[in-house]
Design a binder for this molecule. Structure first.
Ligand code: HEC
Length: 398
């Protein structure tokens, strides 16, 4: 039989009975946040580990004695005053009164440490793991490495950014985009030498061409390639062959069309193509994604929408910040941008501080003028929205 939820709640707080401590909710996060850095998988200060049941609650003589606060070294340590050498945590402020109360109650109630508790800590450890980014590239033999080092030196001399992806891998990140048009086809000769180590390559804005890019045919380790804002078109895509590990391809602003896009279907690892500001059509993008669901083609619809929203917001703000009146309310002079009042969404400007003060002393005297401006604004707004509607609608047509 299932008890109604309200009854279950009552069971936990019957008069004279302590609310039940939930290990995962009340205890584990405190241990994780304040103790595990010194008493966890990496360090076990004082031979104590607090991120797993078997460690924290050993068969005999642990610092936590279930049901016995007096005998628990754990409790003595967390209750010591600030400044005591033995106070835990050893660093930072003491635990809060609520945290200490929860930990004590938990021990009093039998120090229950369910399997979900161990799973919770395992998940936390996993979250904190730094993924090793070696791309599975084994150390290279000395002649290959020497060839790569020479090419890297030559590229760096030209101003190309060549960086190891991490300290423990030969994998390389090469960025020629800062050189712009000064980097061209002949420079790709050296890039081609990097094949066994090159994982990320940025050729955005360079002057590479469909002919030149053939030098980079089927780069075996390449994961990410940017050809954004280059003259690369469909023939250039064909010239790249089938880069077997390439995951991300940026064609933003390139000359690639639907004919180039269909070739990407056979690139086995490709999951993301950026194709905004290209001739790639929505129909072709949808068709290839239908055949290859692991792949996404970003044609920038969202980017365009975000841009339009931002433009509207800017226009709106500008309207709000432009005085609604052409002449100073008080003396009819030209208003100054420096003296104004904002009446929700309506800015009223004055020619000088004095006039502004006059207005502020008796706003009711100007209420009719304000109302007239409000109506004028509303009329402008209405006609502007009418002008926008057809454009918005036509934008949705294929
Ligand atoms: C910055 C590191 C650090 C943090 C954080 C820390 N400890 Fe410690 N802990 C130590 C060191 C070092 C020792 C061994 C020296 C000592 O016994 O004081 C120790 C010892 C202990 C001991 C005694 C072990 C034994 O069996 O004698 C207990 C219990 C303890 N810590 C509990 C905690 C608890 C509970 C927390 C979190 C609330 C915590 N510690 C956080 C560094 C730390």
């Amino acid at each position: 039989m299932r008890l109604p939820a309200c009854l279950l709640l009552l069971v936990g707080v019957l008069p004279g009975q302590e609310p039940t401590i939930d290990f995962v909710r009340d205890v584990a996060p405190v241990l994780q946040e304040r103790c595990v850095s010194c008493h966890g998988a990496d360090k076990q200060k004082g031979d104590l580990r607090l991120d797993g049941r078997a460690h924290a609650l050993p068969e005999e003589s642990g610092s936590i004695v279930a049901g016995d606060l007096e005998a628990s070294e754990f409790v003595r340590r967390i209750e010591l005053p600030d400044g005591d050498d033995e106070r835990m945590p050893e660093e930072g402020p003491s635990l809060t009164a609520e945290q200490i109360a929860a930990l004590k109650k938990w021990i009093q109630q039998g120090a229950n440490w369910p399997a979900e508790g161990d799973a919770w800590f395992a998940a936390e450890r996993k979250k904190r793991e730094i993924p090793k980014i070696d791309f599975g590239i084994a150390p290279l033999d000395s002649s290959t490495q020497a060839r790569i080092d020479a090419a890297v030196a030559a590229l760096r001399l030209k101003g190309v950014l060549c960086l190891p992806v991490a300290s423990d891998t030969p994998a390389l990140d090469v960025n020629a985009s800062l050189l712009g048009a000064a980097f061209g086809d002949s420079d790709l000769e050296q890039v081609a030498q990097l094949g066994p180590a090159l994982v990320w390559l940025n050729l955005a804005r360079t002057s590479v061409t469909d002919e030149g890019i053939a030098r980079l045919q089927s780069m075996p380790e390449l994961r990410r390639l940017s050809l954004a804002n280059t003259a690369i078109g469909d023939r250039g895509i064909a010239a790249l062959g089938v880069p077997s590990k390439l995951e991300s391809l940026n064609l933003y602003g390139s000359k690639v069309t639907d004919r180039g896009l269909v070739q990407l279907e056979v690139w086995p690892a490709l999951v993301k193509v950026f194709a905004f500001s290209t001739a790639v059509t929505e129909a072709a993008a949808n068709a290839i994604v239908a055949r290859k669901p692991s792949m996404a083609v970003d044609r920038g619809e969202y980017a365009a929408q975000r841009m339009a929203a931002a433009e509207r917001e800017v226009a709106e703000r500008r309207r709000r910040e432009t005085p609604a009146n052409d002449t100073c309310f008080v003396n009819g002079e030209k208003p100054s941008v420096e003296h104004f009042v904002d009446l929700d969404n309506l800015r009223i400007a004055f020619c000088c501080g004095k006039c502004k003060k006059k207005y502020e002393d008796d706003p009711a005297a100007y209420a009719a003028k304000v109302e007239a401006l409000r109506q004028k604004r509303a009329a402008e707004e209405a006609s502007r929205q009418q002008a926008e509607v057809p454009a918005g609608k036509s934008g949705q047509l294929p």
